[in-house]
Design a protein around this ligand. Structure first.
Ligand code: BGC
Length: 384
Protein backbone atom coordinates (compact mmCIF):
# COMPACT_ATOMS: atom_id res chain seq x y z
CA UNK A 1 0.00 0.00 0.00
CA UNK A 2 2.88 2.32 0.40
CA UNK A 3 6.15 3.26 -1.08
CA UNK A 4 7.68 5.25 1.71
CA UNK A 5 11.00 6.06 0.12
CA UNK A 6 9.40 7.26 -3.06
CA UNK A 7 6.85 9.20 -1.09
CA UNK A 8 9.57 10.80 0.99
CA UNK A 9 11.52 11.78 -2.12
CA UNK A 10 8.44 13.14 -3.77
CA UNK A 11 7.65 14.96 -0.63
CA UNK A 12 11.00 16.69 -0.61
CA UNK A 13 10.93 17.53 -4.26
CA UNK A 14 7.40 18.76 -4.25
CA UNK A 15 7.57 20.63 -1.01
CA UNK A 16 9.76 23.15 -2.76
CA UNK A 17 6.89 24.02 -5.03
CA UNK A 18 4.26 23.87 -2.34
CA UNK A 19 3.86 27.45 -1.47
CA UNK A 20 3.79 28.60 -5.04
CA UNK A 21 1.25 25.86 -5.67
CA UNK A 22 -1.13 26.93 -2.94
CA UNK A 23 -0.52 30.58 -3.50
CA UNK A 24 0.42 31.02 0.11
CA UNK A 25 3.83 32.45 -0.51
CA UNK A 26 2.61 35.44 -2.40
CA UNK A 27 0.00 36.12 0.20
CA UNK A 28 2.27 35.29 3.09
CA UNK A 29 2.89 38.06 5.54
CA UNK A 30 6.15 38.77 3.72
CA UNK A 31 8.01 37.19 6.56
CA UNK A 32 11.35 37.42 4.86
CA UNK A 33 10.98 41.17 4.39
CA UNK A 34 10.39 41.78 8.05
CA UNK A 35 13.44 43.41 9.50
CA UNK A 36 12.87 42.33 13.09
CA UNK A 37 10.42 40.86 15.56
CA UNK A 38 9.08 44.33 16.18
CA UNK A 39 7.57 44.47 12.72
CA UNK A 40 4.65 42.12 12.27
CA UNK A 41 5.83 41.02 8.85
CA UNK A 42 2.72 42.64 7.57
CA UNK A 43 1.35 42.38 4.10
CA UNK A 44 -0.43 45.62 4.83
CA UNK A 45 0.69 49.05 5.82
CA UNK A 46 1.50 49.72 9.47
CA UNK A 47 -1.51 49.33 11.73
CA UNK A 48 -3.29 52.40 12.95
CA UNK A 49 -2.45 51.19 16.46
CA UNK A 50 1.08 52.45 16.26
CA UNK A 51 0.06 55.87 15.01
CA UNK A 52 -2.41 56.68 17.75
CA UNK A 53 -1.34 59.05 20.46
CA UNK A 54 -1.01 57.22 23.76
CA UNK A 55 -2.87 60.03 25.52
CA UNK A 56 -6.19 58.87 24.06
CA UNK A 57 -5.93 55.64 26.00
CA UNK A 58 -5.80 57.61 29.24
CA UNK A 59 -6.83 55.43 32.13
CA UNK A 60 -8.76 52.99 29.97
CA UNK A 61 -8.61 49.37 30.93
CA UNK A 62 -8.81 46.35 28.61
CA UNK A 63 -9.61 42.87 29.87
CA UNK A 64 -7.95 40.14 27.81
CA UNK A 65 -9.34 36.62 28.40
CA UNK A 66 -7.20 33.83 26.96
CA UNK A 67 -8.01 30.09 26.94
CA UNK A 68 -4.91 28.28 28.19
CA UNK A 69 -1.19 28.45 28.79
CA UNK A 70 -0.79 24.79 27.89
CA UNK A 71 -0.17 25.81 24.31
CA UNK A 72 2.60 28.15 23.33
CA UNK A 73 0.58 30.14 20.85
CA UNK A 74 -1.82 31.49 23.48
CA UNK A 75 1.09 32.54 25.68
CA UNK A 76 2.45 34.53 22.74
CA UNK A 77 -0.98 35.95 21.92
CA UNK A 78 -1.50 37.14 25.49
CA UNK A 79 1.99 38.62 25.76
CA UNK A 80 1.65 40.40 22.40
CA UNK A 81 -1.75 41.85 23.25
CA UNK A 82 -0.59 43.04 26.65
CA UNK A 83 2.56 44.72 25.42
CA UNK A 84 0.93 46.33 22.39
CA UNK A 85 -1.99 47.68 24.42
CA UNK A 86 0.28 48.89 27.21
CA UNK A 87 2.49 50.63 24.67
CA UNK A 88 -0.57 52.65 23.69
CA UNK A 89 -1.24 53.58 27.30
CA UNK A 90 -4.02 51.11 28.12
CA UNK A 91 -4.09 49.22 31.38
CA UNK A 92 -4.39 45.49 30.73
CA UNK A 93 -5.88 42.68 32.79
CA UNK A 94 -4.68 39.48 31.10
CA UNK A 95 -6.19 36.21 32.37
CA UNK A 96 -5.80 32.58 31.33
CA UNK A 97 -8.49 30.04 32.23
CA UNK A 98 -6.54 26.83 31.56
CA UNK A 99 -9.31 25.37 29.42
CA UNK A 100 -11.80 25.55 32.31
CA UNK A 101 -14.96 27.06 30.85
CA UNK A 102 -16.41 28.15 34.21
CA UNK A 103 -13.10 29.71 35.21
CA UNK A 104 -13.22 31.80 32.04
CA UNK A 105 -16.78 32.89 32.78
CA UNK A 106 -15.70 33.99 36.29
CA UNK A 107 -12.65 35.80 34.98
CA UNK A 108 -14.78 37.79 32.54
CA UNK A 109 -17.36 38.53 35.23
CA UNK A 110 -14.57 39.85 37.44
CA UNK A 111 -13.26 42.02 34.63
CA UNK A 112 -16.73 43.50 34.14
CA UNK A 113 -17.06 44.10 37.88
CA UNK A 114 -13.64 45.76 37.90
CA UNK A 115 -14.90 48.20 35.29
CA UNK A 116 -12.87 47.33 32.20
CA UNK A 117 -13.68 49.55 29.21
CA UNK A 118 -13.31 46.80 26.62
CA UNK A 119 -13.09 43.00 26.57
CA UNK A 120 -10.96 40.92 24.22
CA UNK A 121 -11.93 37.26 24.41
CA UNK A 122 -10.33 34.12 23.01
CA UNK A 123 -12.94 31.67 24.20
CA UNK A 124 -12.62 28.10 25.39
CA UNK A 125 -16.19 27.12 24.57
CA UNK A 126 -17.45 29.76 22.16
CA UNK A 127 -21.09 29.27 23.04
CA UNK A 128 -20.65 29.20 26.81
CA UNK A 129 -20.13 32.93 27.27
CA UNK A 130 -23.51 34.16 26.08
CA UNK A 131 -24.67 35.32 29.52
CA UNK A 132 -21.48 37.04 30.48
CA UNK A 133 -21.34 38.70 27.06
CA UNK A 134 -24.84 40.02 27.67
CA UNK A 135 -23.68 41.37 31.03
CA UNK A 136 -20.88 43.18 29.22
CA UNK A 137 -23.26 44.59 26.64
CA UNK A 138 -25.67 45.76 29.33
CA UNK A 139 -22.77 47.47 31.08
CA UNK A 140 -21.81 49.20 27.82
CA UNK A 141 -18.55 47.28 27.48
CA UNK A 142 -17.65 46.41 23.90
CA UNK A 143 -16.44 42.87 23.22
CA UNK A 144 -13.93 41.80 20.58
CA UNK A 145 -13.54 38.16 19.61
CA UNK A 146 -9.91 37.10 19.40
CA UNK A 147 -8.98 34.22 17.08
CA UNK A 148 -12.10 32.19 17.97
CA UNK A 149 -15.54 33.46 17.00
CA UNK A 150 -17.93 34.14 19.90
CA UNK A 151 -21.11 32.29 19.00
CA UNK A 152 -24.79 32.98 19.64
CA UNK A 153 -24.42 36.58 20.76
CA UNK A 154 -25.03 40.07 19.42
CA UNK A 155 -22.63 41.54 21.99
CA UNK A 156 -19.53 41.16 19.86
CA UNK A 157 -18.35 44.16 17.82
CA UNK A 158 -15.40 42.80 15.83
CA UNK A 159 -13.45 39.62 15.23
CA UNK A 160 -9.70 39.36 14.62
CA UNK A 161 -8.57 35.96 13.39
CA UNK A 162 -6.77 33.99 10.71
CA UNK A 163 -8.49 32.62 7.66
CA UNK A 164 -9.67 29.49 9.45
CA UNK A 165 -11.00 27.66 6.44
CA UNK A 166 -7.76 28.66 4.72
CA UNK A 167 -5.83 26.78 7.42
CA UNK A 168 -7.65 23.58 6.47
CA UNK A 169 -7.19 24.31 2.79
CA UNK A 170 -3.45 24.75 3.27
CA UNK A 171 -3.16 21.48 5.21
CA UNK A 172 -5.20 19.67 2.55
CA UNK A 173 -3.20 21.15 -0.31
CA UNK A 174 0.00 20.16 1.41
CA UNK A 175 -1.14 16.54 1.57
CA UNK A 176 -2.33 16.60 -2.02
CA UNK A 177 0.92 18.18 -3.26
CA UNK A 178 3.32 16.13 -1.18
CA UNK A 179 1.97 12.67 -0.43
CA UNK A 180 2.36 11.35 -3.97
CA UNK A 181 -1.34 10.54 -4.19
CA UNK A 182 -2.12 7.85 -6.73
CA UNK A 183 -5.12 5.50 -6.84
CA UNK A 184 -2.74 2.76 -8.03
CA UNK A 185 -0.77 3.12 -4.79
CA UNK A 186 -3.27 4.21 -2.12
CA UNK A 187 -2.12 5.98 1.02
CA UNK A 188 -3.86 5.48 4.34
CA UNK A 189 -4.97 8.58 6.23
CA UNK A 190 -6.58 9.38 9.59
CA UNK A 191 -7.92 12.76 10.65
CA UNK A 192 -7.38 14.32 14.07
CA UNK A 193 -9.51 17.43 14.11
CA UNK A 194 -10.00 20.20 16.68
CA UNK A 195 -12.50 20.93 19.40
CA UNK A 196 -16.22 20.80 18.54
CA UNK A 197 -16.91 23.89 20.69
CA UNK A 198 -14.46 25.95 18.60
CA UNK A 199 -15.86 27.32 15.34
CA UNK A 200 -12.31 27.37 13.94
CA UNK A 201 -12.17 23.58 14.15
CA UNK A 202 -15.26 23.22 11.97
CA UNK A 203 -13.93 25.66 9.40
CA UNK A 204 -10.55 23.97 9.26
CA UNK A 205 -12.25 20.62 8.73
CA UNK A 206 -14.36 22.06 5.90
CA UNK A 207 -11.27 23.46 4.16
CA UNK A 208 -9.33 20.22 4.58
CA UNK A 209 -12.15 17.99 3.32
CA UNK A 210 -12.68 20.14 0.25
CA UNK A 211 -9.08 19.45 -0.75
CA UNK A 212 -8.82 15.76 0.07
CA UNK A 213 -12.34 14.54 -0.77
CA UNK A 214 -11.55 13.96 -4.49
CA UNK A 215 -8.68 11.68 -3.46
CA UNK A 216 -10.84 9.78 -0.98
CA UNK A 217 -13.34 9.39 -3.81
CA UNK A 218 -10.83 8.09 -6.35
CA UNK A 219 -9.16 5.74 -3.89
CA UNK A 220 -5.78 7.49 -3.70
CA UNK A 221 -6.53 8.11 -0.01
CA UNK A 222 -8.04 5.46 2.23
CA UNK A 223 -9.30 6.10 5.75
CA UNK A 224 -9.42 2.60 7.21
CA UNK A 225 -11.32 3.61 10.34
CA UNK A 226 -13.95 5.32 8.22
CA UNK A 227 -13.88 8.16 10.77
CA UNK A 228 -14.10 10.95 8.25
CA UNK A 229 -17.02 12.83 9.75
CA UNK A 230 -16.17 15.59 12.22
CA UNK A 231 -18.33 13.95 14.90
CA UNK A 232 -16.00 10.97 15.03
CA UNK A 233 -12.61 12.63 14.47
CA UNK A 234 -12.82 15.80 16.60
CA UNK A 235 -10.77 16.27 19.77
CA UNK A 236 -12.46 18.00 22.68
CA UNK A 237 -10.40 21.00 23.88
CA UNK A 238 -7.74 20.18 21.30
CA UNK A 239 -6.30 17.83 23.93
CA UNK A 240 -3.01 16.07 23.18
CA UNK A 241 -3.71 13.06 25.42
CA UNK A 242 -7.10 12.52 23.82
CA UNK A 243 -5.50 12.54 20.37
CA UNK A 244 -2.81 10.14 21.55
CA UNK A 245 -5.34 7.68 22.93
CA UNK A 246 -7.50 7.86 19.81
CA UNK A 247 -4.44 7.34 17.61
CA UNK A 248 -3.35 4.34 19.72
CA UNK A 249 -6.81 2.89 19.39
CA UNK A 250 -6.94 3.42 15.62
CA UNK A 251 -3.50 1.87 15.15
CA UNK A 252 -4.53 -1.21 17.12
CA UNK A 253 -7.91 -1.64 15.50
CA UNK A 254 -7.25 -0.74 11.88
CA UNK A 255 -3.54 -0.73 11.22
CA UNK A 256 -2.33 -4.11 12.43
CA UNK A 257 -1.57 -5.34 8.90
CA UNK A 258 -1.14 -2.11 7.07
CA UNK A 259 0.67 1.07 8.02
CA UNK A 260 -0.79 4.50 8.59
CA UNK A 261 0.72 6.83 5.99
CA UNK A 262 -0.79 10.21 6.85
CA UNK A 263 -1.84 11.78 10.15
CA UNK A 264 -3.83 14.86 9.19
CA UNK A 265 -3.90 16.71 12.49
CA UNK A 266 -5.37 20.16 13.05
CA UNK A 267 -2.88 21.40 15.65
CA UNK A 268 0.71 20.78 16.73
CA UNK A 269 -0.42 19.46 20.12
CA UNK A 270 -2.50 16.78 18.37
CA UNK A 271 0.50 15.95 16.19
CA UNK A 272 2.61 15.37 19.35
CA UNK A 273 -0.10 13.03 20.63
CA UNK A 274 -0.05 11.07 17.38
CA UNK A 275 3.76 10.94 17.40
CA UNK A 276 3.73 9.37 20.86
CA UNK A 277 1.16 6.80 19.75
CA UNK A 278 3.13 5.99 16.60
CA UNK A 279 6.35 5.57 18.56
CA UNK A 280 4.51 3.33 21.01
CA UNK A 281 3.25 1.24 18.11
CA UNK A 282 6.80 0.76 16.80
CA UNK A 283 6.85 3.20 13.89
CA UNK A 284 10.37 4.35 12.98
CA UNK A 285 11.93 6.73 10.47
CA UNK A 286 11.54 3.96 7.89
CA UNK A 287 7.76 4.04 7.99
CA UNK A 288 7.04 7.35 9.71
CA UNK A 289 3.85 8.97 8.36
CA UNK A 290 3.38 12.43 6.92
CA UNK A 291 2.17 14.44 9.93
CA UNK A 292 0.50 17.84 9.71
CA UNK A 293 -0.10 20.42 12.43
CA UNK A 294 -1.02 24.00 13.13
CA UNK A 295 0.62 26.94 14.92
CA UNK A 296 4.27 26.24 14.11
CA UNK A 297 5.03 26.02 17.82
CA UNK A 298 8.72 26.09 18.72
CA UNK A 299 8.69 22.36 19.42
CA UNK A 300 6.80 21.63 16.22
CA UNK A 301 9.27 23.69 14.21
CA UNK A 302 12.12 21.72 15.77
CA UNK A 303 10.27 18.52 14.83
CA UNK A 304 9.89 19.83 11.28
CA UNK A 305 13.63 20.40 11.11
CA UNK A 306 14.33 16.88 12.43
CA UNK A 307 11.72 15.32 10.13
CA UNK A 308 9.43 14.08 12.91
CA UNK A 309 6.61 16.43 11.94
CA UNK A 310 6.17 17.15 8.26
CA UNK A 311 4.51 20.54 8.26
CA UNK A 312 2.62 23.08 10.30
CA UNK A 313 0.66 26.25 9.75
CA UNK A 314 2.49 29.39 10.76
CA UNK A 315 0.24 32.06 12.24
CA UNK A 316 1.99 35.31 13.06
CA UNK A 317 0.40 36.18 16.39
CA UNK A 318 2.12 39.60 16.32
CA UNK A 319 0.12 40.51 13.25
CA UNK A 320 -3.09 39.20 14.80
CA UNK A 321 -2.48 41.27 17.94
CA UNK A 322 -1.91 44.38 15.80
CA UNK A 323 -5.22 43.88 14.05
CA UNK A 324 -7.01 43.26 17.31
CA UNK A 325 -5.51 46.39 18.84
CA UNK A 326 -6.93 48.48 15.99
CA UNK A 327 -10.33 47.04 16.90
CA UNK A 328 -9.88 47.97 20.55
CA UNK A 329 -9.03 51.49 19.44
CA UNK A 330 -12.04 51.54 17.17
CA UNK A 331 -14.48 50.74 19.95
CA UNK A 332 -12.76 52.95 22.52
CA UNK A 333 -11.56 55.93 20.48
CA UNK A 334 -13.84 55.84 17.47
CA UNK A 335 -10.98 54.94 15.11
CA UNK A 336 -11.59 52.91 11.94
CA UNK A 337 -10.53 49.27 12.35
CA UNK A 338 -9.25 47.38 9.36
CA UNK A 339 -11.83 44.81 8.22
CA UNK A 340 -11.46 42.41 5.31
CA UNK A 341 -14.37 40.03 5.77
CA UNK A 342 -18.00 40.90 6.35
CA UNK A 343 -19.53 37.61 5.20
CA UNK A 344 -17.99 34.44 6.55
CA UNK A 345 -18.37 34.81 10.28
CA UNK A 346 -22.02 34.44 11.11
CA UNK A 347 -22.28 33.51 14.78
CA UNK A 348 -25.94 32.44 14.51
CA UNK A 349 -27.10 35.90 15.58
CA UNK A 350 -25.05 38.41 13.60
CA UNK A 351 -22.35 38.43 10.95
CA UNK A 352 -19.32 39.75 12.80
CA UNK A 353 -17.07 42.20 10.90
CA UNK A 354 -13.71 40.48 10.80
CA UNK A 355 -10.09 40.82 9.88
CA UNK A 356 -8.58 37.59 8.60
CA UNK A 357 -4.80 37.25 8.69
CA UNK A 358 -3.18 34.86 6.25
CA UNK A 359 -1.97 31.47 7.51
CA UNK A 360 1.18 30.09 5.88
CA UNK A 361 2.13 26.43 5.43
CA UNK A 362 5.66 25.74 6.65
CA UNK A 363 7.86 22.71 6.24
CA UNK A 364 11.58 22.05 6.26
CA UNK A 365 11.99 23.81 2.92
CA UNK A 366 10.65 27.21 3.89
CA UNK A 367 10.77 27.47 7.69
CA UNK A 368 13.96 29.55 7.53
CA UNK A 369 12.50 32.08 5.16
CA UNK A 370 9.13 32.31 6.88
CA UNK A 371 9.89 31.74 10.55
CA UNK A 372 13.54 32.64 11.11
CA UNK A 373 13.79 35.54 8.65
CA UNK A 374 10.40 36.72 9.89
CA UNK A 375 11.90 37.01 13.38
CA UNK A 376 9.44 34.58 14.96
CA UNK A 377 12.08 32.17 16.28
CA UNK A 378 15.83 32.56 16.10
CA UNK A 379 18.19 29.88 14.80
CA UNK A 380 19.49 29.68 18.40
CA UNK A 381 16.03 28.90 19.79
CA UNK A 382 15.53 26.26 17.15
CA UNK A 383 18.91 24.70 17.89
CA UNK A 384 18.41 24.46 21.68
C1 BGC B 1 -6.66 28.19 16.95
C2 BGC B 1 -5.48 27.38 16.55
C3 BGC B 1 -5.01 26.51 17.70
C4 BGC B 1 -6.16 25.76 18.34
C5 BGC B 1 -5.73 25.02 19.57
C6 BGC B 1 -7.73 27.30 17.51
O1 BGC B 1 -8.85 28.03 17.86
O2 BGC B 1 -7.15 28.91 15.86
O3 BGC B 1 -4.43 28.23 16.14
O4 BGC B 1 -4.09 25.56 17.23
O5 BGC B 1 -7.20 26.64 18.66
O6 BGC B 1 -5.24 25.88 20.56
Amino acid sequence: MKKKVLAAMLSMAMAATLLVGCGAKEEAPAASDAPAAETPAAEEEAPAAEEAPAAEANGKKVGVAMPTQSSERWINDGANMKSKLEALGYEVDLQYAEDDVQAQVSQIENMIAAGVNCLVIASIDSSALVNVEKQAKDAGIPVIAYDRLLMDTDAVSYYATFDNKGVGTAIGKYIVDNAGLDPANPQTIELFMGSPDDNNAHMLYAGLMEEIQPYLDNGALVCKSGQLDFESNNTLRWDQQTAMKRCEDLLTRYYADEELDICATAYDGLAYGCMAALEGAGYTTDNWPLITGQDAELMATKHIISGKQTMSIYKDTRLLADKCVTMVQAVLEGAEPEINDTEQYNNNVIVVPSYLCTPVAVDKNNYKEVIVDGGYYTEEQLAE
